[in-house]
Design a protein around this ligand. Structure first.
Ligand code: GDP
Ligand code: GDP
Length: 433
């Protein structure tokens, strides 16, 4: 589902309010992470059972006055290229401004579906004011109030009609996506691995039209690399590099089996990197961390350990993630990256035989059963792995509703201790037997 809905428009029209409304509703149902930083500008929304990515361009606007109009124009161009459809937000209380006109003319030239979203239509009187926006020449208008949510349902009904249907999987090679903030070394590692044999595979059915896939087959490793790095030349405004990279990353992430999250050792893990973790976990993808530019770090015998602890602290509670320290420039541990990605790929596909699973897990559960609730004892009788693209386990018991989060976590940790699932999210279900 790499559908991306981009929210564009000039400042103060209500883009971020709309973004929050679209993603919050979903958050209430699905997002069970606590302490997630709220400063992110992309997230997952859901409407009538369909999930999609939403990106708020307002979050990427330049601070300096002189570049901001240019930045907005460029964002619109990027949105046309990368998004599935565009929500062009305008403000009924101000009417059409010059910048609205300019954005509209860029959108008219693009080939992507555009929805003119007239925001702040908080009451009936404003419905008639809104008709002025037909003059933008972009077809139908959708009157909404992001504040109250009115009108958003009608809008979303139309938005989801623009989505691509699930593409058929054709290529069975493992897919690794190298992602990370600009300048961490993504292009460098790809060049170092591929060298002059770089062979850009033309898009194949079931892959995003314009993501770059590289077929790698060397030293006993064969896989597809999804490159998100090649966007730099396309952006002129510095602030938009991030915006572009987020769009590319979302797409790559959905196609990949394993996410190779690259981080600059000197900068460490930041909120954008944490977001990638959450996206990987939500999408049930494998993930590993590459701490690059290790050559630039002054080291003693404890440095690696200190780094590992720092990273684990940031990515908690999903800490069972392999970390590789690399220097691309000094060609250190580059093959280790591939070996680790391969291991994560295999962990994700791992199937534990039911007998083994029960032999290991039932005694653990017997020694440490779920705490009794209201005098009732939960008895777990049997466990089995459910077929799927990522590990899922069903524990059959008498009172599944009595099992709480801490016990679930305990079970997850025991699964991880006994069967290697490094880098892979695990889903655990308790079911009535
Ligand atoms: P952005 O710069 O486009 O992201 O705009 P914001 O989402 O930050 O909103 C700008 C201002 O408009 C804020 O003060 C919002 O509270 C207000 N606003 C947003 N949506 C609505 C709406 O539907 N009705 C009204 N009356 N105000 C709104
Ligand atoms: P990208 O934006 O993530 O694709 O990053 P690049 O691959 O373009 O790298 C950004 C800069 O970091 C370039 O100047 C690289 O030469 C440099 N660089 C990449 N890897 C390393 C490394 O391991 N050590 C050092 N010292 N510099 C590196």
């Amino acid at each position: 589902m790499s559908n991306i809905v981009a929210i564009v428009g000039r400042p103060n029209v209500g883009k971020s309010t709309l973004y929050n409304r679209l993603t919050e509703s979903r958050k209430a149902i699905v997002d069970d992470f606590s302490g997630v930083t709220r400063d992110r500008h992309y997230g997952i929304a859901e409407w009538v059972g369909r999930s999609f990515n939403v990106i708020d361009t307002g979050g990427y606007v330049a601070n300096s006055e002189d570049v901001f109009e240019a930045a907005i124009r460029e964002q619109v161009v990027i949105a046309i290229e990368e998004a599935t459809c565009i929500l062009f937000v305008v403000d009924v209380t101000t009417g059409i401004t010059d910048l609205d006109d300019e954005i509209a003319s860029i959108l008219r030239k693009g080939k992507k579906p555009v929805f003119v979203v007239v925001n702040k239509v908080d009451n009936n009187a404003q419905q008639s004011d809104a008709t002025e926006f037909y003059a933008l020449g972009l077809g139908d208008i959708y009157n909404i109030s992001s504040m109250t949510g009115s009108g958003t349902g009608e809008l979303l009904d139309e938005v989801i009609k623009t989505f691509d249907d699930e593409p058929a999987e054709e290529n069975t090679l493992p897919k690794y996506a190298i992602v990370g903030r600009p300048n961490v070394g993504k292009s460098s590692i790809i060049n170092a691995l591929i060298g002059h044999e770089r062979n850009i595979v033309t898009p194949i059915a079931g892959t995003t039209r314009d993501s770059i896939h590289i077929h790698y087959n060397r030293y006993g490793h064969e896989f597809m690399l999804i490159d998100t790095a090649g966007m730099r030349k396309k952006t002129k405004v510095k602030e938009n590099i991030e915006f572009y990279s987020v769009m590319r990353t979302i797409k790559a992430l959905e196609e990949a089996d394993v996410i190779v999250l690259m981080v600059d050792a000197q900068e460490g893990i930041e909120s954008q990197d944490i977001n990638i973790f959450h996206l990987a976990e939500k999408n049930k993808k494998g993930i590993m961390v590459v701490i690059n530019k290790w050559d630039l770090i002054e080291k003693n015998t404890k440095t690696t350990k200190v780094f590992e602890e720092m990273i684990h602290e940031k990515i908690a509670p999903f800490v069972d993630v392999p970390i590789v320290f690399t220097s691309v420039t000094e060609k250190q541990r580059l093959l280790k990256v591939l070996e680790t990605a391969d291991m994560v790929y295999k962990n994700r596909a791992k199937k534990i035989p039911t007998s083994k699973l029960n032999d290991v897990m039932l005694p653990i559960i017997e020694n440490y059963p779920p705490p009794a609730l209201k005098g009732k004892h939960v008895k777990i009788k049997y466990v089995t792995q459910i077929a799927g693209t990522s590990p899922m386990f069903a524990f059959f018991c008498n009172l599944p509703q009595y099992i709480k989060e801490p016990y679930k976590r305990f079970i997850e940790n025991k699964l991880r201790d006994n069967f290697d699932f490094a880098g892979v999210p695990i889903q655990i279900f308790f079911r009535q037997k």
